[in-house]
Ligand binder design. Structure first.
Ligand code: C2E
Ligand code: MG
Ligand code: MG
Ligand code: MG
Length: 284
């Protein structure tokens, strides 16, 4: 069922081709006007419960509809926006728009069920003093419950983080906002460190699950994921797996106890109305 919901409207340009055709400088200088002109848009990728395949929520993934170069993926411009600081207003726009969309889904969902929204935060946003007030303002402005929002922070952004850096995240977590550790397993962080972080979700990086795409699966990968899931659960963290592309992978990861999953097997990132249709279909 979930498979048929895939299919993209376009292909995101190949980053290597782009590196030649598009200069970093050109893109960087075009960013502020692009935000003003409304050239950014968000695709949503569902997160599903592994036990029954129902939709748990969606991750907001930003794209840039560039007037000359077509649709650019976040890997092509987020680093530039980080570098210039434009990530702060851009990130604020993504949050506002994604939260508005989540509120729309909640109000129009067949059973009024909880549809949650995940939004990525980059390191610069984490360091920005307005993070907590901006987030509170967006939530209050929309009426979305803090518990319906999950902010994703990459593991590498929190390596060596001191209390000063963790404080805004802790404040948000205390309000009920979920904090997810994104791309978990790629940052070589100290596992014992996890206890200190105000996170409630681990998002296991795609690199861990790639070896499970086809049978027979790599037994070492299985052991590693098994270990991470049991550690996470003992710390009362939920585990989301990224990049699930095949049914074999989904089945294996479900058996290993992963809670939620995201990947092309279920659905590719897409326009908001597609996700709305997906969750309505689920409710029936
Ligand atoms: P991420 O947060 O780890 O997001 C998951 C990425 O994996 C997305 O790439 C998604 O399209 C891709 N993906 C999902 N399922 C599959 C699958 O089954 N197979 C494969 N091969 N890939 C899959 P995308 O959209 O290109 O985003 C890349 C990264 O850009 C994101 O990684 C996130 O770190 C960042 N990003 C996206 N939107 C935002 C944003 O609004 N703000 C910030 N700061 N960063 C963002
Ligand atoms: Mg993410
Ligand atoms: Mg991720
Ligand atoms: Mg990732």
């Amino acid at each position: 069922r979930a498979k048929s919901a895939g299919g993209n409207r376009y292909e995101i340009a190949d980053p290597e081709l782009d590196a030649r055709a598009i200069t970093r400088h050109g893109l960087t200088t075009a960013l502020p006007a692009a935000l003003e002109r409304g050239e950014f848009f968000i695709e949503y990728q569902p997160l599903v419960h592994m036990d029954d395949g129902s939709v748990h929520g969606a991750e907001a993934l930003v794209r840039w509809h560039h007037p000359q170069h077509g649709v650019l993926g976040p890997d092509q411009f987020i680093p530039l926006a980080e570098h210039t600081g434009l990530i702060v207003p851009l990130g604020r726009w993504v949050l506002q728009e994604a939260v508005r969309q989540a509120m729309y889904w909640q109000e129009n969902h067949a059973d009024g069920g909880p549809l949650r929204i995940n939004v990525n935060l980059s390191p610069t946003q984490l360091h920005h003093p307005g993070l907590v007030t901006d987030t509170v303002a967006v939530l209050e402005g929309s009426g979305l419950a803090p518990g319906a929002l999950c902010l994703e922070v990459t593991e590498s952004a929190l390596i060596g983080a001191d209390e000063q850096l963790l404080k805004p995240l802790r404040q948000l977590a205390d309000m009920g906002v979920d904090i997810a550790l994104d791309d978990f397993g790629t940052g070589y962080s100290n596992l014992a460190n996890l206890r200190r972080l105000p996170v409630s979700v681990l998002k296991l990086d795609r690199s861990f699950t790639q070896g499970m795409q086809h049978l027979p699966v790599d037994p070492v990968d299985v052991k590693i994921v098994e270990g991470i899931v049991s550690l996470a659960h003992s710390l009362e963290l939920a585990v989301t797996v990224e990049g699930v592309e095949t049914g074999a992978q989904a089945e294996q990861l479900r058996e290993l106890g992963c809670d939620t999953a995201q990947g092309w097997y279920y659905a590719r990132p897409g326009p908001p109305d597609r996700l709305h249709a997906l969750s309505l279909a689920d409710a029936v």
